[in-house]
Design a protein around this ligand. Structure first.
Ligand code: FAD
Length: 500
């Protein structure tokens, strides 16, 4: 088959998530991945932020939890050289699930295939053209070059996206000069880990957390007993090729430069190197070509990129499906750029603030971190920053209306005639839902006009935020309230004209 509804370029987390979501919405994605086999590169260490709630709303979070081999850490996060400690908060806005990226990709691929997506590995998109009706990709596969045609193509092809380049979409921003090197090692026999996490080695004592020296920063911590995670950050003028694996000797030398002494390393279980960039595609859409994940944004901090990228895919899938199925209202697909470019800008805001917080090595830099750390001792700023990092505070710019419109739907406990359920359960099928919480026949009757596209549910909730909620497939609220005409408008705006 050389045509499909949507071509997804790249089988990384963004592409695989998109493929699964497109299948849920009833369209046929074809995923083209240039690597012949799933990769085992050592990239992300886990998932954090709002994507964990989204996976729960899809009913699949338990698969990811079951696959993790590391203990789930308490909600305590590095934030640009200070610590964001949410352990004292009831219901912290930011959480994390340790899961190696190759395992995450394996689970996402299994899910996409189980839902009926086709993934072709060893197939590289080398050229692209589009007209009013279709987009055509030239693909170099194991048996030669061929063309594939679809209604839309999404570049989920990573930070160096060829799709972005071929679509002529600028990617402005900054590459920071610091080189970060990570090693995960077993504790060497000559090293003692003290109760407070400090390390003692022959002729050397290293504090748990961050050690700043004239040459850079050394950070060390441990999630698993007997195993240390360490990172060096240096402004390193030597040319490094981030696509080349990092040899152990390079890590040793970097530690020696930063600490001014050798730190004995036990068996190494992970080595990687990266540089931070802060970049965002000027447009997430060019006609029939769209961008998601690292192809759309690169964020200069750890632990946030997967959240941003996979949520791009969730936002995009149902809108693309509506276009492919010919029922999308005018402008629906353009809301992908409006919403996710906005989300990307928020993520850049908080990650670039982290750059400023961690870079200053002088007394002023120390003072900035000390003041920030003091502020984070209070619940309100800690909660607020946690929500910003997670993307939990995101309110899509959907226009005026109820203050909850555009936000992620709260996971209300719902009491129905059939028993107790929840908002999360209603979204397993990724279909829009009008949730009537006040027995409003008039609202249900209006939504009945969209019954082929929008499910209608009645329930009682203990803390009802409004008479009714119109929930989009991505979990965000399209409308909140009780006013019938505004509900009709919202249904038309998001889901098209009334059927028949
Ligand atoms: C050392 C390191 C640690 C990290 N740690 C974290 C972390 O803890 N948490 C976190 O959230 N993020 C982390 N990240 C970032 C995270 O790995 C990326 O954000 C994520 O991989 C981006 O996913 P993606 O699907 O957008 O792109 P990618 O994962 O880059 O996938 C793109 C895919 O497209 C394929 N491709 C490219 N061009 C073509 C083409 N022309 N045709 C077909 N296929 C193509 C590539 O082979 C690749 O498989 C880390 C990154 C690094 C390097």
């Amino acid at each position: 088959m050389n045509n499909s509804d949507v071509i997804v370029v790249g089988a990384g987390p963004a592409g695989l998530m998109l493929a699964a979501e497109l299948r849920l919405a009833g369209v046929r994605p074809l995923v083209l991945e240039r690597q012949p086999t799933p990769r085992h590169t050592q990239k992300a260490h886990g998932l954090s932020g709002q994507i964990l709630h989204l996976l729960r709303y899809r009913g699949i979070l338990d698969r990811f939890e079951a696959a993790t081999t590391d203990p789930v850490p308490p909600p305590r996060f590095p934030y640009g050289g200070v610590h964001l400690d949410l352990t004292r908060l009831v219901d912290p806005p930011l959480g994390a699930l340790p899961l190696r990226q190759h395992r995450l990709e394996q689970l996402l691929a299994e899910r996409a295939v189980e839902l009926g997506a086709e993934i072709r590995r060893g197939h590289e998109v080398v050229r692209l053209s589009q007209d009013e009706d279709v987009v055509t990709a030239e693909v170099r596969g194991p048996d030669g070059t061929y063309e594939v045609t679809a209604r839309y193509l999404v570049g989920c092809d990573g930070g160096r996206s060829r799709i972005r380049e071929m679509a002529g979409i600028p990617f402005p921003g900054t590459t920071y000069p610091e080189v970060n090197r990570i090693a995960e090692v077993r504790v060497h026999e000559s090293v003692t880990v003290l109760e407070n996490g400090d390390l003692e080695a022959p002729g050397l004592r290293v504090r748990a957390g961050y050690t700043r020296t004239d040459r850079g920063v050394f950070a060390v911590g441990s999630l698993t007993p007997g195993v240390l995670m360490m990172q060096t950050t240096e402004e390193d003028p030597s040319e490094v090729d981030n696509d080349e694996p990092m040899p152990l000797e390079e890590m040793r030398e970097s530690i020696r430069r930063v600490l001014g002494a050798d730190l004995p390393l036990g068996e190494v279980t992970r080595l990687s190197r990266y540089q931070f960039q802060a970049r965002q595609a000027e447009r997430y859409r060019d006609g029939r070509v769209l961008l998601a994940g690292d192809a759309a944004h690169l964020l200069p901090a750890t632990g946030v990129a997967l959240n941003a990228g996979m949520l791009d895919s969730v936002n995009l899938a149902w809108k693309l499906a509506a276009e492919v199925q010919g029922r999308a209202p005018d402008g629906l697909l353009d809301t992908y750029h409006a919403e996710r470019h906005y989300a990307g800008a928020r993520a850049l805001l908080q990650t670039q603030a982290q750059v400023a917080l961690r870079r200053g090595q002088d007394a002023a830099g120390e003072a900035l971190r000390a003041v920030f750390q003091e502020l984070l001792a209070d619940e309100q700023p800690a909660r607020r920053l946690g929500a910003l990092v997670a993307g939990a505070d995101l309110r899509y710019p959907t226009g005026d209306g109820h203050p909850l419109t555009g936000t992620f739907a709260p996971d209300l406990v719902l009491h129905t005639d059939q028993g107790t359920t929840s908002v999360a359960e209603l979204l397993h099928a990724a279909r829009p839902v009008l949730l009537d919480l006040a027995g409003r026949d008039d609202l249900r009757e209006i939504a009945g006009g969209w019954a082929d596209r929008v499910d209608v549910r009645t329930a009682k909730a203990d803390d009802r935020p409004a008479d009714a909620l119109l929930i989009r497939p991505d979990g965000h609220l399209a409308w909140v309230g009780g006013e019938p005409e505004s509900l009709r408008d919202a249904l038309t705006t998001w889901f098209g004209e009334v059927s028949g």
